[in-house]
Write a protein that binds this ligand. Structure first.
Ligand code: NAG
Ligand code: CU
Length: 235
């Protein structure tokens, strides 16, 4: 009887975690990838990812787009409008939400996200001063299963990758990263680009030992939290 318990619990574990599974942009819904099995030729804007499981190290190659390298479609979005990511499921309530963009040099097929050109347009870490609370960006994703971010109005038009990253901190000193990317074509008449101090490479936008990554939310001493990586660029 006792031996069968782990088997009983196994399906719940498989069902935990989460990933971005669709997007709302300009009043339209764009289906994303659903994971678990590569779908050849899926007509989506999202780069395919393998499963709901986390990435455990900031330097993992999978950090760029959760392993996804290409997608056949892209979505048009006017600078100043919002991109909303939707999660079919999400289970954790401690840790920040970070939303990043990457300017492609040209076509999406040649855009691998591997240069030091990622910048944040939005993030939410902790509010209040209790790390072991549900006052975190990821708790809002748990509640709403979505996250909406404005594309800076002044951003130079072009092809961009948008990367939604949930960093789950519910296990002490065991960070879990959940990033997914989609391809967006930003329109408008802006000319602004972020300066060098806003730019980072992914993987390794911060060290695994960064105080925003290697966190024990249960140790009861720290009363503030700063998400890892550069500051948000608002245009
Ligand atoms: C657009 O995104 C911003 C955050 O960047 C948010 O404050 C605002 O509520 C969003 N607007 C909509 C209509 O979702
Ligand atoms: Cu999880």
């Amino acid at each position: 009887m006792l031996l069968s318990l782990p088997l009983l619990f196994a399906p719940a574990l498989v069902a935990a975690h989460g990933a971005v599974t669709s997007y709302q942009i300009g009043g339209k819904t764009y289906e994303g990838y659903q994971g678990f099995s590569p779908v050849a030729g899926a007509q989506i804007i999202q780069r395919q990812w393998p499963d709901y499981n986390p990435i455990m190290t900031a330097s993992s190659a999978a950090m760029t787009c959760n392993g996804g390298t290409s997608a056949p479609l892209s979505a048009e979005v006017a600078a100043g409008e919002n991109v909303t990511a939707i999660w079919k499921q999400w289970t954790h309530q401690q840790g920040p939400v970070m939303v990043w963009l990457y300017a492609c040099d040209g076509e999406f097929t040649a855009c691998d996200g591997k240069s030091k050109k990622w910048f944040k347009i939005d993030q939410m870490g902790l509010w209040g001063n209790v790390l072991n609370s549900n006052n975190w960006g990821t708790a809002l994703v748990y509640r709403d299963l979505k996250w909406s971010s404005r594309i800076p109005k002044s951003l130079k038009p072009g092809n961009y990758l948008i990367r939604h990253e949930l960093l789950a901190l519910h296990q002490a000193n065991t960070p879990q990263f959940y990033p997914e990317c989609a391809q967006i074509k930003v329109t408008g008449s802006g000319t602004a680009t972020p300066g060098a101090n806003f730019l980072a490479s992914i993987p390794s936008y911060a060290a695994q030992s960064d105080p925003g990554i290697m966190v024990d939310i249960y140790q009861g001493k720290a009363t503030s939290y700063r998400p890892p990586g550069p500051d948000v660029w608002t245009g």
